[in-house]
Design a protein around this ligand. Structure first.
Ligand SMILES: *Cc1c(COP(=O)(O)O)cnc(C)c1O
Length: 436
């Protein structure tokens, strides 16, 4: 498969490996596959559902045409956790948070790490990943890349700008990972990373990125749609039409779902669930122009606080105005999010994180419109990652999974630097190998 930039005016294309190592195209666009390889027939055979929740098997069916069999196998090895469904009233919840950092970002980050490691190993090279993070992405990336022999990671986060649980995960000492607490904002962190990429004095580090627009993160996210819909059909019936509710921010999750549909995941309808950062919802109804983005607004579901979703360009290029027929949207404010967390616990004894609650509230609004819909809500984080909101809504402190508890107790390692690209550069050059 070849990949082209969303901004390319000609037919120029690159290999999967080049698209992944670059992350973003040189013209500033995002890479998209040039064609649509269909899923092999029989992938959804419901009689063989013993492995329905296995992402590894889905990787072996769906990914070879996109990246070759060896890379598909690297993804299968990376995704060594399940995506089980839970019944919550009439709906099913697809729990994407059983990976090592308890958030769905583990799927993309682990896939990308293992894809890059396999490629660098073959080429006899190494690379340094630099990420600016305001929360979940950084810990998923740190965990995913840590300990891989060809890769090391620098994380930048705004000092005082992440939650306690998030910070514990970011500063836990890991082989090959350095955490930088920046005396500034998330925007400062992003600017410093950009300047580092452009700095010739840092070229020996072979800097690369791991952000959510990378095709190496995006394509493997199709897999949980395949695994989730198979499980939903077992529950609701083989012929059932499934409505999939996707809590959305940067729209990477939704883009992966629409790509899964394009390669043959049929009988599904998508609903994008947003907090008050509702640009995409307004675009779908015609109330906002393409790319007529808005500044972001802080909400309880903070991983979805995105005013200018970076995957919009990919979706708009791949689907154009068809998007408006393929997806509908719901917008849920903080009050309704808390209320949905509370009623979900009271009625079903299920604790949901605020992002998942935005999805559950969207599903509830749909159900009241049409009885008997089979709905699958994607759950994007474990409730224990957001204990303050969960307690506020339900009065219950969510029990942390053992991996999260371990982070709280782990040895910490963090370097504090000013919001200044020169300070980052000095720190990187002072210790070019992070493991020492
Ligand atoms: C990143 C994230 C989202 C949003 O996913 P996008 O791919 O950015 O739309 C939702 N929930 C959680 C917990 C996240 O970390």
């Amino acid at each position: 498969m070849r990949y082209r930039s969303t901004r390319a005016l000609d037919d120029a294309s690159v290999s999967f490996g080049a698209a992944m190592m670059r992350g973003m195209a040189p013209d500033g666009g995002l890479y998209v596959p040039v064609s649509t390889p269909a899923l092999p027939s029989g992938w959804d055979d419901i009689s063989n559902l013993a492995d329905a929740s296995s992402l590894a098997n889905a990787a072996r069916w769906a990914l070879p045409p996109f990246m070759g069999a060896a890379s598909a196998e690297a993804v299968a090895q990376a995704l060594d956790f399940e995506v089980p469904v839970s019944r919550v009233g009439q709906d099913l919840v697809l729990e994407l948070f059983h990976g090592p950092t308890s958030a769905f970002k583990d799927v993309g980050a682990r896939s990308l790490a293992h894809l890059m490691q396999a490629r660098l190993q073959r080429a006899g090279k190494s690379a340094t990943i630099l990420v600016a993070t305001s929360g979940d992405t950084g810990s998923a990336v740190a965990d995913a890349f840590s300990g891989l022999s060809r890769l090391q990671v620098g994380l930048l986060y705004p000092l005082g700008g992440v939650s306690r649980v998030q910070e514990e995960q970011l500063v836990a000492a890991r082989p090959g990972v350095r955490a930088f607490a920046v005396e500034g904002t998330f925007d400062d962190c992003q600017r410093m990373v950009k300047q580092a990429f452009a700095d010739p004095e840092l070229s020996d580090l072979r800097l690369s990125s791991a952000n959510s627009i990378n095709v190496g993160r995006l394509l493997p996210q199709m897999l949980y749609y395949l695994a989730g819909v198979r499980q939903a059909r077992r529950h609701f019936g083989v012929q059932s039409e499934i409505t999939v509710v996707v809590p959305s921010g940067n729209l990477g999750n939704l883009a992966a779902g629409l790509m899964a549909q394009k390669i043959g995941l049929s009988g599904v309808t998508f609903v994008s669930a947003h907090n008050r950062n509702d640009y995409f919802a307004r675009y779908l109804t015609g109330a906002a122009e393409p790319y007529g983005f808005a500044p972001s607004i802080a909400t309880l579901s903070n991983a979805m606080d995105v005013g200018a979703p970076s995957n919009f360009e990919r979706l708009h290029t791949m689907f154009g105005d068809d998007l408006k027929a393929l997806v509908s949207a719901q917008v849920v404010n903080d009050e309704a999010t808390l209320e949905r967390m509370r009623t979900t616990y009271e009625q079903h004894r299920y604790l949901a994180c605020p992002h998942t609650a935005v999805g559950l509230e969207a599903a509830a609004r749909l159900a009241s419109q049409s009885a008997g819909t089979a709905t699958l809500v994607l759950s994007t984080a474990h409730p224990a990652k957001f204990p303050e909101s969960v307690e506020r809504a339900t009065g219950v402190t969510p029990a942390a999974p053992s991996a999260l508890v371990a982070y709280g107790a782990a040895e910490k390692r963090v370097e504090r630097i000013g919001a200044d690209a020169e300070q980052l550069k000095a720190a990187l050059l002072s210790k070019p190998s992070f493991s020492g």
